[in-house]
Design a protein around this ligand. Structure first.
Ligand SMILES: NC(=O)C1=CN([C@@H]2O[C@H](COP(=O)(O)OP(=O)(O)OC[C@H]3O[C@@H](n4cnc5c(N)ncnc54)[C@H](OP(=O)(O)O)[C@@H]3O)[C@@H](O)[C@H]2O)[C@@H](O)CC1
Ligand SMILES: Nc1ncnc2c1ncn2[C@@H]1O[C@H](COP(=O)(O)OP(=O)(O)OP(=O)(O)O)[C@@H](O)[C@H]1O
Length: 493
């Protein structure tokens, strides 16, 4: 698929590290980035190149001939011409020789350079194969362990655990292999179209194929926790978007009075009126083994009881190792109690600017530095224990505390409410797919970063398409109608 450069913009900030052109070549999916990334090195040959006739004439070492004194003028002139011709000829010959020498030298240099590149490429391939074998070995060890080891809560504060390529619903998070992938992203400060296309390709890699062999539910069962008397639209937007992206089933866990309203928007949604019931956590927990990811917060509101129930659901989901997306009022809860999610690397937080500022101040005890957005998102992710943060805005900044990925895919200038709900719903699905696919399919990159980039691009593309049709009257529902075609345009080509 060809995506015009003005439409897509992605970069990874390597935390002030300057990468050499060699890094670019070796780490970025084995492909060279743009020519502009590789300045041409000018090397001089070790011998002198003669200067053309004129200034450098004397340096040619031509024989000096003294003409006899009594010769007629005419013949003297002819003789002088003859000498000059010979000297010219000699000079030209020398020139040709030197030029040939120069090209021979250059040819040799290029051959050596080619060999060096080939060797480097071969090394890379070998390393990739080894990595593939390691991952295959790990997942087979894990499946063997799953039959014998009982479940226990996750302990992985210092480990990257997104590389698990297995059915995490059938197992607990504790069984995940502690895969440590350093410098997982290798895209560059200066980013070429190829880099951007690479990220889109990684998103495509994690999308499960549509086949006749699957049963309902296999492509995703997503839970949305939110929806109260005031806010019924937000959980609906998130849940319906999850379905439109490709999840098979979408559950909404909301308050009793929101349930009928949400249900009436769409017969496709499964709605549980449990969130304000006395045993809300237990009611949701019953469903957790059947859910692939949960989105906590759209339309949750700030009622103390509901926030307390959301807290209980987060804790239960963590124990089961389920990817958790936290948005809207879920982020309010986290800014009050960051330890609730801190260090759980299967969580993705999706703050808008306001929510980001609240979280940042709660965690870093400093106001956001508006001159360093990249640094802020990186620091917040680190402070939260390297979970994935998506700071939404004119450009979405995505970080796992190691890298910052920027999505500035073209959207529109229309900022109606509900767009963030589309993002969190789509992220619910993509996070599940990317996590299931594992680091193998994401080329060793953090699957949650890849999922977040996919969801941001998709939301912005849906916004763009809807705005083309409706302009200022565009609403979140119009965006929902565009999700399918936007998805096809970005990922199904
Ligand atoms: N149809 C529905 O049911 C919908 C329901 N929704 C649900 O509503 C609930 C509350 O969500 P929320 O975003 O309004 O609450 P919160 O974060 O307290 O913001 C409060 C104030 O912060 C500011 N502000 C906000 N964004 C900003 C920004 N980017 N940059 C700068 N400032 C920004 C702004 O302040 P103001 O401009 O008014 O001064 C705003 O008024 C939540 O559950 C959500 O899911 C929505 O999903 C929409 C569709
Ligand atoms: N200025 C902007 N230009 C382009 N896209 C934007 C801009 N601001 C936000 N977006 C996009 O809109 C989507 C939602 O972001 P937004 O900041 O509206 O979230 P939110 O406030 O949480 O939404 P909600 O109304 O659902 O609560 C994101 O995908 C983001 O990329």
């Amino acid at each position: 698929m060809f995506i015009p450069s003005r439409e897509v913009d992605a970069e990874l900030d390597e935390d002030a590290e300057l990468e050499s052109p060699r890094d670019n070549f070796t780490e970025d999916s084995g492909e060279c980035s743009s020519y502009a990334d590789h300045p041409i090195k000018v090397e001089c040959p070790s011998f002198a190149i003669p200067v053309p006739p004129g200034d450098g004439f004397k340096e040619i070492n031509a024989p000096t001939i003294t003409p006899p004194l009594n010769q007629p003028k005419r013949s003297k002139k002819r003789h002088a011409n003859l000498t000059l011709d010979k000297m010219m000829e000699k000079f030209l010959q020398q020139s040709v020789d030197t030029e040939e020498k120069f090209y021979r030298y250059e040819e040799q240099r290029l051959k050596i350079e080619d060999k060096r590149r080939e060797a480097e490429h071969a090394r890379e391939l070998q390393m990739l194969q080894m990595l593939g074998q390691m991952l295959a070995g790990i997942s087979s060890t894990v499946s063997q362990r799953s039959q014998s080891i009982p479940a226990s809560p996750p302990q992985r504060a210092n480990h990257r655990s997104y590389g698990d390529n297995f059915n995490y619903n059938a197992m607990t998070a504790a069984l995940s292999p502690p895969i440590v992938i350093e410098r997982s992203f290798s895209l560059h400060r200066t980013h070429s179209l190829k880099d951007m296309e690479n990220i889109f390709q990684l998103v495509r890699n994690v999308i499960p194929p549509l086949t006749g062999k699957k049963h309902k539910g296999q492509d995703g069962r997503i839970g949305i926790v939110g929806g109260c008397q005031e806010y019924t639209g937000a959980p609906y937007f998130a849940a319906i978007t999850a379905l439109k992206v490709g999840a098979d089933l979408s559950h909404v866990f909301c308050t009793k009075d929101a349930a009928t309203v949400i249900k009436s928007y769409s017969p496709e949604l499964i709605v549980h009126p449990v969130l304000d019931s006395p045993n809300a956590v237990h009611e949701v927990e019953k469903w957790l083994p059947r859910l692939h990811s949960v989105v906590i917060g759209p339309g949750l509101g700030r009622d103390e009881v509901l926030l307390e129930n959301a807290k209980g659901i987060i804790e239960k989901s963590k124990v089961k190792g389920i990817p958790i997306i936290i948005d809207a009022d879920g982020l309010w809860l986290i800014s009050q109690q960051p330890s609730l999610i801190q260090g759980y690397q299967r969580a993705i937080l999706t703050p808008n600017y306001m929510e980001f500022s609240r979280l940042y101040e709660a965690m870093l005890r400093d106001p956001v530095d508006s001159s360093d957005h990249h640094g802020c998102v990186l620091r917040l992710s680190q402070a939260m224990g390297n979970l994935t943060i998506v700071q939404k805005g004119e450009r979405d900044l995505i970080s796992d505390g190691e890298k910052v990925l920027v999505c500035s895919h073209e959207g529109s200038s229309r900022r109606c409410g509900g767009q963030g709900d589309l993002l969190s719903g789509s992220l619910g699905v993509l996070a599940h797919w990317a996590f299931l696919a594992g680091a193998e399919k994401t080329n060793g990159q953090n699957p949650f970063l890849v999922a977040a980039f996919g969801a941001c691009s998709l939301t912005r593309q849906s916004n763009h398409q809807a705005f083309q049709k409706f302009g200022r009257s565009m609403t979140a529902s119009d965006m929902v109608s565009e999700v399918g075609t936007a998805f096809n345009k970005l990922f199904e080509t």
